[in-house]
Design a protein around this ligand. Structure first.
Ligand code: P1T
Length: 382
């Protein structure tokens, strides 16, 4: 199956009792047994629920995996991966990450004895040099949130596995989605998503996803998901499955609009720099071109007037772009990383890599592009 068919049919079966094309919302916590241990494959919805199973099969299919897992949030999916590790284990992660991921790594798992190194993943060398005997996990976000940095997934995976094939490589594929890049095909072990974003696509749920292609790894992750309990509910699973079915056509428009917005901003006199992997000016444009099929709908930029007030004036004056956290829905959103999504990263760390008060992040939606450009123009001129 081609990708645009997999989003609709991948891993799906008609519901056996009625032929229902969409899986019903199995709004149940438990399942009748005829004798202890005698059941129809479902015992208790923390372990498995048929609506969630349909979604998890779709998740596996779109990332070319064999197993998918749906969690109650993106962060709980990351939490599940980290719970595979032991005190003393080391994780190498990118230096630009969603603020909540950074907060989880440093403030939650640090105290359980995990050690984190944050390196600039622009260079494969940086990762290679950071690997020690204690390294157990490489955590890649690419494109990164919010600076849109690109890591060479295949090269980093090769270097890592050559040093020690036991080190797990995981990619947070939230910004790209499998429409644009498929990390499992490039050799990584685990793909993670905040399904809250493009997979769900309609800003109406919070959910996380993990996808793998190794049965043993799947078993380990399922144990942690079941034992820890952060599962997606049946209603949200239904909504996410409905969202995935239009992922390919939404992404096509996100990419078209994202590109138009990036080019418009790049030539605007009030804009200092634009961060979008599809621009020739992006330092890793060549790697982005190699590993992505297109460049998505996330665009960050910095104003020439670097005061917080100038950024706030822009943020308070967009009308089509809604000022809100999150991304990846059909509607365009605008976000101020330093005061919103990345406020949990210490200011010295943020400033070291360029997350400053003048940085603005856009999630370019699928509206008419002329309305989007007009909105940016009027807000930039306030
Ligand atoms: O919000 P949640 O579903 O728990 O997902 C966390 C997460 C993980 N990874 C990436 C790359 C993310 O962007 C996020 C969530 N991000 C936002 C809410 C945001 O506005 O950036």
């Amino acid at each position: 199956m081609k990708f645009n068919t997999k989003t609709i049919h991948g891993g799906q079966e008609h519901e056996p009792s009625t032929g229902s094309v969409m899986p019903p919302i199995f709004q149940t916590s438990t399942y009748a047994q005829s004798s202890p241990g005698q059941h129809k494959g479902y015992e208790y919805s923390r372990a498995a629920n048929p609506t969630r199973t349909a979604l998890e099969n779709s998740f596996a299919a779109i990332e070319n995996g064999t197993h998918g897992f749906a969690f109650s949030s993106g962060l709980s999916a990351i939490d599940c991966v980290l719970k595979m590790l032991h005190p003393g284990d080391e994780v190498i992660a990118g230096d630009d990450l969603y603020g909540g991921t950074y907060r989880m790594f440093t403030k939650m798992f640090g105290k359980y004895g995990l050690k984190f190194q944050f390196v600039d993943m622009n260079s494969v060398e940086n990762v290679s040099k950071a690997i020690t005997d204690a390294t157990k996990l490489i955590w890649l976000e690419t494109p990164t949130n919010p600076l849109m940095k690109i890591a060479d997934i295949e090269a980093i995976t090769k270097v890592t596995k050559a040093k020690n094939s036991e080190i797990l490589v995981a990619v947070d594929n939230t910004f790209a989605t499998p429409y644009l890049q498929r990390p499992l095909d490039l050799g990584v072990d685990i793909v993670m998503h905040s399904a809250t974003k493009y997979l769900g696509g309609h800003s109406d749920l919070v959910m996380g996803a993990l996808m793998v292609k190794d049965a043993t790894l799947a078993e380990q992750l399922h144990f942690i998901q079941f034992a820890g309990g952060a599962v997606a509910g049946p209603m949200d699973s239904f909504l996410a499955l409905r969202g995935v079915k239009t992922l390919h056509i939404r992404m096509q428009r996100h990419c078209e609009n994202g590109k138009a917005v990036a080019h418009y901003l790049e030539s605007h006199p009030k804009v200092k720099e634009v961060f979008y992997p599809g621009l020739e000016s992006h330092p890793n444009h060549a790697i982005a071109k190699k590993q992505m099929d297109d460049f998505g709908g996330m665009v960050s930029f910095r104003l020439k007037d670097e005061s917080q007030q100038a950024a706030f004036t822009f943020l308070e004056n967009t009308t089509v772009f809604i000022l809100a956290e999150s991304l990846g829905g059909v509607e365009s959103l605008v976000n101020h990383p330093t005061t919103m999504t990345h406020a949990s990263i210490p200011v010295e760390e943020r400033e070291k890599i360029g997350i400053t008060d003048s940085l603005i992040r856009l999630s370019v939606g699928i509206e008419d592009v002329n309305d989007l450009l007009q909105d940016l123009e009027q807000a930039l001129n306030k």
